[in-house]
Design a protein around this ligand. Structure first.
Ligand code: ATP
Length: 199
């Protein structure tokens, strides 16, 4: 199982609850605004504490039965709707932030994302799609055990979306990292998700 999630959380007037046991590949959370999709990702990342339940990724328990592994030890790679790059660091320094692993890995990831020519640029000079590819690169370079993607395509136009979809498919099929992704878009859900969970 990649993601085993059985959680409940009260957020203001909203009761968020989700039960899923996902096999390998990408699991897409799909559903209307406000049902708690982003909150689920935050609970898996360890940034928000469920009221009750349990969370495990790749068989490793992260939350439940008195256990609450801190976020930095969960080793999630997290990519948001906006790239959230550090504006005062060049692309290279953004990528190297939190890097683990050896130089070859850096070359491989830069290569499949097609961002080698951007390393000396400042984030403000990047297009939305370029910035998002750098954000994915930064997440992957921390050597995560799994990837959380919160609507990573929704701020992009159609052509840019295609580039990022290809990158996500590469992560799914070649790097074989478990992916938990939130989207509003049925076409994206269908294409990326090995399974789609409606919330
Ligand atoms: N700290 C909080 N206090 C009160 N309500 C909250 C809090 N955090 C989130 N909520 C509410 O919980 C609900 C779920 O929020 P969440 O962002 O997880 O939904 P979502 O499904 O990701 O929505 P969207 O698709 O719009 O991003 C929303 O109604 C939100 O207003």
């Amino acid at each position: 199982m990649s993601f085993e999630i059985d959680i409940e959380k009260r957020l203001g007037d909203t009761q968020v609850s989700l039960t899923l046991a996902a096999g390998e590949g990408a699991t897409v959370l799909f559903g209307p605004s406000g049902v708690g999709k982003s909150s689920v990702l935050n609970m898996v990342a360890g940034l928000l504490r469920p009221d009750r339940g349990r969370i495990a990724v790749d068989g490793e328990p992260l939350f439940g039965d008195g256990l609450d592994v801190p976020p930095e030890r969960r080793r999630a790679g997290y990519v948001f709707q906006e790239a959230r790059l550090f504006p005062h660091k060049r692309v290279r320094a953004n990528l190297l932030y939190g890097v683990r692993g050896e130089a070859q890995r850096f070359e491989d990831i830069i290569g499949f994302l097609g961002i080698g020519h951007l390393l000396e640029r400042w984030p403000r000079t990047l297009s939305g799609g370029e910035a998002q590819r750098v954000a994915i690169g930064r997440a992957l370079l921390s050597q995560p055990r799994f990837l959380l993607l919160d609507e990573p395509l929704s701020s992009l136009d159609r052509a840019r979306r295609e580039e990022i979809m290809l990158a996500i498919e590469h992560v799914r099929d070649v790097l074989k990292l478990p992916i938990l992704m939130v989207t509003h878009d049925p076409e994206e859900a269908e294409r990326i998700g090995n399974r789609v969970v409606r919330m």
